[in-house]
Ligand binder design. Structure first.
Ligand code: SAH
Length: 250
C-alpha cells in the first residue's frame, strides 16, 4: 500500500470516529481524531494476539470504549483542576486513560496495569501516537498504593471494569490526595453497589458526591459515572495485600 492510500484510509478512519462521537457532544479537532484512529488501528492489530478488549465491530469499539471513556471529561471537576494529575487503575488496552490523554493535554494520566503484555502494548502506543502526557506503570494497585512515590499523590483516579465498587474504593483511595476524587465508570447496579459499599466508604473516608447516568446510542444499558471524594488520609492498613480487596471486599 502506498503512502497516499494509507493517508486516505487514516483520514476516513478519523471521519468515521467523528461521525460516531459528534452526536454525543464531543467536538474534536482533526489531529485528535487522527490520533484516536491510529490508536484504534494498533489496538485492533494487537488484539488479534493479546486479549485487550472485546467488541463486535469498529463502530462498537468507538462507541462502547472511546466515547464511553470520554464521558469522564463531562465531569466538571476534572476541567476545573488544571493540570490534573490522574491515575487509571487496570487500564487494560488503555481505557479510559489513552483517549483522555489524546483529547486533553491539560491532564496527565498514569496507566497502571498488572499484566505485562498489556503494559508493553500501552508503552508502544504512547510512543507511536506521541503522548507526552501519558505514562505506564506495570504492577498491582495493592503494591503501588503503598509506595510513597504514588500514595496520596493524585488529583483523580479512574477505574473502568476493575471490579466491585468496594474493591475499587480500596484500590483507588490510597492513591488520592485528600480532596481528590475517584471518578469511576459503573454499570446499572450502581445504587445497590453504593448501599453495599457503606462500610468501605466509611473506613476509607470516601464520600459519594455525584453520579451521572447516561446511555450510549444504540446500546440499551443505563451506565453511570460516579464521583467519590476522599475526605481524610487513608488508614495505613489499606490497601490490604494483593488479591484481598477483590476476594473479601470491605
Ligand atoms: N479499564 C480497561 C480494562 C478493564 S479489565 C477497560 O475498561 O477496557 C481490568 C484490567 O485491570 C485488566 O487488564 C487487569 O489486568 C487489570 N487489573 C486487575 N486488578 C488489578 C490490580 N489489582 N492492579 C492493577 N491492575 C489490575
Amino acid at each position: 500500500m502506498d503512502n497516499t492510500t494509507k493517508e486516505k484510509q487514516s483520514n476516513s478512519g478519523a471521519a468515521d470516529i467523528r461521525q460516531i462521537i459528534q452526536p454525543m457532544g464531543f467536538e474534536l479537532e482533526e489531529e485528535q481524531l487522527v490520533c484516536l484512529d491510529k490508536y484504534l488501528v494498533e489496538l485492533e492489530r494487537a488484539n488479534a494476539t493479546t486479549n485487550l478488549i472485546s467488541y463486535r465491530d469498529k463502530k462498537e469499539l468507538v462507541l462502547k470504549h472511546v466515547a464511553d471513556s470520554l464521558m469522564l471529561l463531562k465531569d466538571s471537576d476534572i476541567m476545573k483542576t488544571i493540570p490534573a494529575v490522574c491515575l487509571d487503575i487496570g487500564s487494560g488496552g488503555g481505557f479510559p486513560g489513552v483517549p483522555l490523554c489524546i483529547v486533553s493535554k491539560d491532564i496527565s494520566v498514569t496507566l497502571l496495569e498488572a499484566t505485562h503484555k498489556k503494559t508493553q502494548f500501552l508503552e508502544s502506543i504512547i510512543k507511536s501516537v506521541g503522548l507526552g502526557n501519558c505514562h505506564v506503570l506495570w504492577g498491582r494497585a495493592e503494591e503501588f498504593g503503598r509506595d510513597a512515590a504514588h500514595r496520596e499523590k493524585y488529583d483523580f483516579v479512574f477505574a473502568r471494569a476493575l471490579g466491585d465498587l468496594s474493591t475499587v474504593l480500596e484500590l483507588a483511595l490510597p492513591f488520592l490526595k485528600v480532596g481528590g476524587c475517584l471518578i469511576a465508570h459503573r454499570g446499572h447496579e450502581l445504587m445497590r453497589e453504593i448501599d453495599a459499599a457503606g462500610a468501605a466508604l466509611k473506613e476509607l473516608h470516601g464520600q459519594v458526591e455525584e453520579h451521572v447516568s447516561y446511555q450510549l446510542p444504540g446500546l440499551d444499558h443505563e451506565r453511570f459515572v460516579v464521583r467519590v471524594r476522599k475526605t481524610a488520609v487513608t488508614p495505613e492498613i489499606y490497601p490490604r495485600r494483593s488479591g484481598m480487596p477483590a476476594k473479601r471486599p470491605l
